[in-house]
Design a protein around this ligand. Structure first.
Ligand code: G3H
Ligand code: 13P
Ligand code: NA
Ligand code: ZN
Length: 323
């Protein structure tokens, strides 16, 4: 069956790698994630946002994720699979997911006051743990769009709060804010410098804050949201085939490699997958204008997505071979 994150994270922290948390909203995304993780023998966290539940229907998504366990057996490798609620914002939503087969939930109370965040998170933890479900909390606010909340600038996690938060809430992992953000436009070109190849290099993540957090809660599982790298070649394919994406800059892979070697044991990636699918669909449609069978463009999109995730597991997160 589906597993919670307890043992998965303990192994990842110990082994100096991060487990991929990939979002899915439909069949092709789920297939790509599972195929990639089976082929690289990687543990995996399948993430569902509240937007995904609205889009695809909660019942269908839940049953797809249950099917995932059988599907990977068919593919020949029983990798550990977590079904996780991404950015839960209320106790009721978390409870609904726990009651409906999720093995992990995030309660994102980071937009509330500290004390309200503690109280809400603790409430979710009590219910979740009574059902064998693990809980991710968050301290600090990422810049960019998080569902309906838009923050202009990051509020970095305050290391002096983490120990108290973890103790009082009982969370199993903690998402932190050290300079990542959601979406494909994480930095403006003005915030970046150009390297010798003319590539825009964003300011580095706040590894000093991460180190300070690790000192306060040694070995505690840390989560990084907003960790897409926004590959320039995918953006170029999109724009060469009728798209119009401007100034898309993400988190460089070397930064994520460094993070994965620390107590960061879960890295969230959604936007890169969206870019890969969009690039493949645009190109396939442009190259084959007479084609109108959805499988003819969703198939290549799925294959491209799979290659992207294999690359992440093998070359960035270090989760390949750890299943
Ligand atoms: O953090 C947000 C994830 O990328 C999910 O995005 O809320 O549009 O499904 P979504
Ligand atoms: P990206 O937008 O960088 O892919 O982040 C996804 C995420 O954090 C999902 O929770
Ligand atoms: Na790690
Ligand atoms: Zn997120």
């Amino acid at each position: 069956g589906l597993t919670n994150t307890k043992e998965m994270f303990a192994k990842a922290v110990e082994g100096g790698y991060a487990v991929p948390a990939y979002n899915f909203n439909n069949l092709e995304q789920m297939q790509a994630i599972l195929q990639a993780c089976v082929e690289t023998k990687s543990p995996v966290i399948l993430q569902v946002s509240s937007g995904a539940r609205k889009y695809a229907n909660a019942t269908l998504l839940r049953n797809m994720a249950r099917g995932a366990v059988e599907y990977v057996k068919e593919l020949g490798c029983e990798i550990p699979i977590v079904l996780h609620l991404d950015h839960g914002d209320t106790f009721e939503l978390c409870k609904d997911c726990i009651d409906n087969g999720f093995s992990s939930v995030m309660i994102d109370g980071s937009h509330h006051s500290y004390e309200e965040n503690v109280a809400l998170t603790k409430q979710v933890v009590e219910y979740a743990h009574a059902h064998g479900v693990s809980v991710e909390g968050e301290l600090g606010v990422l810049a960019g769009v998080e569902d309906d909340v838009v923050a202009e600038e990051s509020t970095y996690t305050r290391p002096e709060e983490v120990e108290d938060f973890v103790k009082r809430t009982g969370v199993d992992s903690l998402a932190i804010s050290i300079g990542t953000s959601h979406g494909a436009h994480k930095f403006t070109p003005e915030q970046c410098t150009k390297n010798e190849d003319g590539v825009l290099v964003p300011p580095p993540l706040k590894f000093d804050i991460l180190e300070e957090i690790e000192k306060r809660i040694p070995g505690f599982p840390i989560v990084l949201h907003g960790s897409s790298s926004v590959p320039m070649d995918q953006v170029e394919v999109i724009n060469a085939n009728g798209g119009d994406l401007k100034a898309a800059v993400g988190i460089p892979e070397d930064q994520l490699r460094k993070a994965a070697s620390s107590a960061v044991c879960k890295i969230n990636i959604d936007s890169d997958g969206r870019l890969a699918m969009t690039a493949a669909i645009r190109k396939t449609m442009n190259d084959n204008p007479a084609e109108f069978d959805p499988r003819k463009y969703l198939g290549p999109a799925r294959d491209s997505l799979k290659e992207l995730y294999k690359h992440k597991n093998e070359n960035v997160l270090g989760s390949a071979g750890k299943a």
